[in-house]
Design a protein around this ligand. Structure first.
Ligand SMILES: Cc1cc2nc3c(=O)[nH]c(=O)nc-3n(C[C@H](O)[C@H](O)[C@H](O)COP(=O)(O)O)c2cc1C
Ligand code: SF4
Length: 678
């Protein structure tokens, strides 16, 4: 049923003129990677098309390489190196257009910041400085290199036009090549491209002009750029630059140099946090401005537009978590918005060279492969009821999706609240927004008459059978281990069986041991550092010992590691890396170096091992011999993992219920792709 939207939000649905083209509304999906890029063009096009269908007025590509000297292998970037690429990119543009949205492409040269693992070209830069990929340096570009670069950019812009894009980016941010020329720290040349601000800015001005010459009035030019130098200084000079180049571009996509702020995880950075830094741009340039800020609140969006901060609401993660966010505002369905939780798991997969996925949106990346849609499911052929045991993220998602498919569902939860681990973990410092995983699902389930919820209902095998259902999905979660079993100690550590040992679950449920506490992290994502932080905030003296080389090593992929390290350091947590807690001794813990085996002892009044979890699969095992028509286990009770995996597992079990499992596979063909001329 359609509800009428509050007319106040009409402002968000006004068209916005961007030079020669017009965005149909103010919802703007900024460029973001997908881990699909040139490698999975159909997968990519289908995903972007869903965003256009969901109401995003402009849908951009990820960073799109203009030439083999900017190759980011092993990360699947987009590319416009040749005609084969034009064909692939055109697929996305066509599918975005089919829903009335504009398609944009972010032309990219990484300069010093490229791996070139595939092309084996020497990286280029304003000066010969270390690349970000290994102990080697880039080549200082001479006049001929700069001339070649300009011609590659121009050619790529022409290809973009041929591929049907409406918006072409000049990408001068995120420490890539044009930003390297702009920044006084990385550009200390003494020719006409360096030495003075005017010279440092020359390449940007030339590339904007080249792009305009190439595309004429067929497409708009967007400029992605930071409002300061990389070190946060030089704001006045940057403002003067923005003011002077504004007449030659159609849209300013502005941001800040600190990526852990721009793409900040919710534990550190809240909604609309870039406002203070970018608020001046619209006034000084007189051009349409777009900026990001993990916008999920329509009120915040409205406020930013009304106050003249931005013209367009930029979003990467909110559009991943809910591709239909604009449509839901348009149709007055604000309570249906599936808000991003700011966990950055999407980025972690991209940073692993894999297709992105999302904790909140299990269909992300599966639009082409499995044909999944974030808003629609296939109505089931069967009406046989299903019992879902466990109301954590996997069970909630399974119950919701089964319910939407029209299947009668009984959802039984042992405790007196839904949410499982999400409820517990969202109480950790900074993680309140993670509760959205539970809240959105519980609310959506409450709209379904065919999903019954039973709290405080711990189900035995006999209880399950007494319901009379023939189909059971077990989603009973997992428990953190006390015995230390994990990567470092596969068999566990006998001395951990000590009254001083508290499990992660004890701490999550409120235990706050005092004195000298040792946290041993062999899990190496957020749980170890979060437990250390929670205990330190309650006044304990904490030593955090990790088997890896840094705090919460996997947090590097979610772009949280640096800030997490700083939080623990600021709280006075003693950080010990590349070490294990090899034994508990009276009043002390023995710490061993993972490389040398050398040991030392530290004070230990209480100990929390964060090593691995034990699946709670007893019920599933007992039910295997019960003669049910179908039985499955999902989420942590199958294999403990991250919340995104649990949600995906629950969604998949529900989508596949009564269906034949299957998915499409996209792979490179044997067609020879014309080699780009160097
Ligand atoms: C998975 C992921 C990949 C990204 N890739 C790019 C990229 O290729 N080019 C770019 O300019 N920004 C990229 N970004 C940054 C986003 O454009 C955006 O600035 C940032 O995510 C903050 O916006 P948000 O709060 O709406 O997510 C990426 C962000 C994410 C989450
Ligand atoms: S993975 Fe997390 S941060 Fe990324 S879009 Fe989904 S909910 Fe947001």
């Amino acid at each position: 049923m359609l509800t009428k939207r509050d007319p106040r939000f009409d402002l968000l649905f006004e068209p916005v003129r961007l030079g020669p083209v017009t965005a149909p509304n103010r919802f703007y999906q900024v460029p973001h990677c997908t881990g699909m890029g040139y490698a999975l063009p159909e997968t990519l096009a289908a995903m972007r098309a869903i965003k256009a269908e969901g109401g995003w007025g402009v849908v951009n590509t990820e960073y799109c390489s203009i030439h083999p000297s900017s190759d980011d292998m092993p990360y699947p970037f987009a590319s416009l190196w040749d005609d084969g690429d034009v064909k692939s990119m055109a697929r996305m543009a066509e599918q975005v257009h089919a829903h009335g949205a504009l398609a944009g492409v972010e032309l990219w040269h990484g300069g010093q910041r490229t791996s070139n693992y595939h092309s084996r070209e020497t990286a280029l830069g304003p000066e010969s400085l270390p690349t970000f990929y290994g102990p080697w340096q880039c080549q200082k570009m001479d006049a001929a290199d700069i001339k070649a670069l300009r011609s590659w950019h121009r050619t790529a812009a022409l290809r973009a036009k041929r591929a049907g894009f409406d918006l072409v980016y000049v990408y001068a941010g995120h420490t890539y090549l044009i930003a390297q020329f702009l920044d006084p720290a990385t550009n200390q040349r003494n020719d006409q491209y360096g030495g003075s601000r005017e010279n440092q800015e020359r390449l940007l001005r030339e590339i904007i002009q080249d792009t305009r010459d190439a595309i004429g009035d067929a497409c708009a030019i967007a400029l992605r750029i930071e409002v300061t130098d990389e070190d946060g200084g030089g704001k006045e000079a940057r403002s003067a630059l923005l003011r002077s180049i504004a007449p030659s571009i159609d849209l300013l996509d502005v941001t800040v140099p600190d990526y852990s702020h721009e793409m900040g995880a919710s534990r550190f950075v809240k909604e609309a946090s870039l406002e203070a830094e970018i608020a001046h741009v619209r006034e000084i340039t007189g051009k349409p401005v777009v900026c990001v800020g993990r916008f999920t609140s329509p009120e915040t969006m409205l406020s930013q537009v009304k106050r003249g901060i931005v013209d367009l609401i930029g979003a990467a993660r909110p559009s991943i978590a809910d591709p239909f966010l604009p449509a839901k505002i348009r149709d007055g369905r604000l309570d249906d918005i599936r808000e991003c939780i700011g966990c950055n798991v999407c980025y972690a997969y991209d940073a692993s060279g894999a297709p992105i996925r999302c904790t909140q949106n299990p269909t992300m990346g599966e639009e082409w492969r499995r044909g999944w849609h974030p808003e629609r499911v296939t109505i089931a052929k069967t009406r046989e009821p299903v019992l879902v045991v466990g109301g954590g993220p996997a069970g909630l998602e399974a119950a919701l999706t089964l319910g939407r498919r029209g299947i009668p569902v009984m959802l039984a939860e042992a405790s007196n609240a839904l949410g499982g681990r999400v409820t517990l973990e969202s109480r950790l410092p900074g993680l309140q927004e993670w509760a959205r995983v539970r809240d959105w699902r519980v609310h959506q389930i409450s709209k379904l008459a065919n999903v019954e919820r039973f709290l405080s209902s711990r189900m035995s095998r006999d209880d399950c059978l007494a319901t009379g259902v023939r189909h059971v999905i077990v989603a009973t979660g997992s428990q953190w281990r006390r015995d230390g079993r994990g990567l470092a100690f596969p068999a566990g550590v006998a001395s951990y069986a000590d009254a001083r040992t508290a499990t992660v679950d004890d701490v999550l449920r409120g235990a706050r041991p005092a004195g000298a506490i040792v946290v041993f992290d062999d899990d190496n994502y957020y749980m170890g550092p979060s437990i250390a932080e929670a205990l330190a905030r309650s006044g304990a003296s904490v030593t955090y010992v990790t088997s890896k080389g840094g705090v919460g090593a996997w947090m590097e992929r979610t772009f949280e590691q640096g800030r997490m390290h700083s939080v623990l350091a600021d709280l006075g947590v003693h950080i010990v890396v590349n070490s294990t807690v090899s034994r508990l001794l009276p009043g002390r813990a023995e710490v061993s170096c993972v490389f040398t085996g050398k040991t030392s002892e530290i004070a230990c009044d209480a100990f929390v091992p964060v090593t691995s979890r034990s699946p709670e699969d007893d019920l599933w095992i007992e039910l295997r011999s019960a003669g049910l028509a179908s039985l499955s286990r999902i989420g942590d009770c199958k294999a403990p993992g991250i919340i995104a995996q649990a949600v995906y597992d629950g969604h998949r079990a529900a989508q596949m219920f009564g269906e034949t499992e299957g998915s499409r596979r996209e792979r490179p063909s044997v067609d020879t792709i014309e080699a780009a001329k160097l």
